[in-house]
Write a protein that binds this ligand. Sequence first.
Ligand code: ZN
Length: 62
Amino acid sequence: MSDEPTKLADGMTSVSRQRATVLGHVCERKGCIRYAGFGFARPGQEPHWFCFEHRGDGERYL
Ligand SMILES: [Zn+2]
């Protein structure tokens, strides 16, 4: 028997996404799992994160 929690139960989607989550942020474009190195935010608001390819999407949050 093991007391180790079954973390994989609710995280079966993508290893890549989990890796990127550890690194920091994942692109918010639907279906994109790339690491998001570009953050967009107005002062006092939650930032939105996008990868290099989709960083244009973030400009509408500025
Ligand atoms: Zn992307």
